[in-house]
Write a protein that binds this ligand. Structure first.
Ligand code: FAD
Length: 265
């Protein structure tokens, strides 16, 4: 979260658990911002304990919350069979084993395509009756034509089984009203993410999914500027960001020159 960074213009109105760091950066840990308001020619953030901090500029970097479906055993198996991203690490873990991907959108489809290169079989569990409305045609045709992938419609995962690792999944077919257990070493939950922007209320423009608009889409003249001069957004919380560590870190470093410009204008 982009609290005042000690750059000229940042002025702490509260001096509690603030630690001075290298380059004058101050960290406030652990605190959640509950709201942000205009104040004079800058802004005031109120923490969840009521304490406040004032700054001429803010960088929003509050990320997203990955959606967690209500599945028995999900929390217990996170990181040891339940994953929210499909990268080389997870693919390695699934080599020659069966995996389940939950979701009907492009991210679920891309994960299934990627995982079927190493897994013995990938089951895509889709709550709806088709992929037409949620996935691009190109991707759904590739999934349907791949013998290493099967797609189950009208289906949902209702329970996970395993102690120190996942070994089976209960899938419910809502059309037939039947539950059945299938073997799986991993479940990939790919049902989207909700941006952490509720605390922003109407301070900056958001897209229809609640992500912060920046750059041209926000009517701003620099890529990470929002619709309100002085407030910037970087990382996963930004509409159109690629949701990777390297890009989030890169955006965070690039935006600081614009913060500096704003504070000195
Ligand atoms: C399971 C998983 C695996 C992943 N694997 C990879 C990978 O292998 N490679 C890769 O490149 N990317 C991966 N990602 C994506 C990567 O984690 C994100 O792209 C990156 O962390 C985004 O950085 P960020 O700073 O925008 O947000 P985050 O890292 O999410 O940080 C946001 C921070 O803001 C805090 N916050 C939220 N609301 C408030 C508030 N109101 N007040 C104060 N603080 C608040 C949060 O607690 C959090 O600490 C993975 C993500 C997940 C979930």
């Amino acid at each position: 979260m982009g609290f005042p960074t000690g750059i000229s213009g940042a002025d702490l109105v509260w001096r509690g658990e603030v630690q001075a760091m290298k380059f004058g950066t101050r960290f406030v840990i652990p605190r959640r911002v509950a709201k942000l308001d205009p104040l004079g020619d800058g802004f005031c953030a109120t923490f969840d304990n009521g304490q406040r901090v004032r700054s001429g500029s803010f960088v929003i970097a509050t990320g997203v919350q990955y959606r967690r479906p209500p599945i028995d055993g999900l929390a217990e198996l996170e990181g040891i069979g339940v994953y929210y991203a499909a990268t080389e690490n997870e693919a390695h873990h699934c080599r020659n084993a069966e995996v389940v991907v939950i979701g009907g959108g492009n991210s679920a489809g891309q994960a299934a395509m990627f995982l079927c290169r190493s897994a013995s079989h990938v089951r895509l569990i889709v709550r709806g009756t088709s992929l037409a409305a949620s996935m691009s045609n190109y991707l759904s045709s590739r999934l349907e034509g791949d013998p290493a992938i099967s797609i189950e419609y009208d289906a949902e995962v209702v329970a996970l089984h395993g102690a120190d690792k996942l070994h089976a999944v209960t899938v419910r077919n809502s059309r037939e009203g039947i539950d059945r257990d299938i073997s799986a070493c991993a479940v990939f939950v790919m049902i989207g993410a909700k941006p952490n922007t509720a605390w922003l209320s109407d301070m900056v423009e958001l897209d229809k999914n609640g992500f912060v608009l920046t750059g041209a889409e926000a009517g701003a003249d620099s890529p990470y500027a929002t619709s309100r001069p002085g407030i910037f957004a970087v990382g996963d919380v930004r509409a159109g960001s690629v949701k990777r560590v390297a890009s989030s870190v890169g955006e965070g470093s690039v935006v600081i020159s614009k913060v500096w410009e704003h504070l000195n204008s």
